[in-house]
Ligand binder design. Structure first.
Ligand SMILES: [Zn+2]
Ligand SMILES: [Zn+2]
Length: 96
């Protein structure tokens, strides 16, 4: 069986707390969706606005290069695949 991996954190996807993310938001005609941990999905949308996602972070590489996501990946690496919390801390992005 093909064990799918999360495109953000690289951990295996479990059977619970799995979401789908559109790299290009649906309202901008994005059709491709990716299975992703719910917690990783939540992280993406708490760290970036839709506009930022559309204009800059529409590739997994771009997302993973940000400090915020790197810190998140390091933190989530030791968690269970089905792990989910609503209370992880979100680093506020610096204003541009
Ligand atoms: Zn993940
Ligand atoms: Zn999403």
């Amino acid at each position: 069986m093909d064990q799918q991996r999360c495109p953000l954190c690289g951990r295996e996807l479990g059977t619970v707390n799995v979401d789908r993310h559109h790299l290009i938001p649906k309202k901008f005609k994005g059709t491709e969706q990716f299975l992703i941990h719910k917690i990783c999905h939540r992280k993406i949308h708490s760290a970036f606005t839709e506009r930022e996602l559309l204009q800059t972070f529409h590739t997994w590489e771009a997302l993973r290069e940000t400090e915020d996501i790197q810190a998140f990946i390091g933190w989530v690496a030791k968690k269970d695949p089905g792990f989910y919390t609503r209370t992880f801390s979100t680093n506020k992005k610096k204003n541009k």
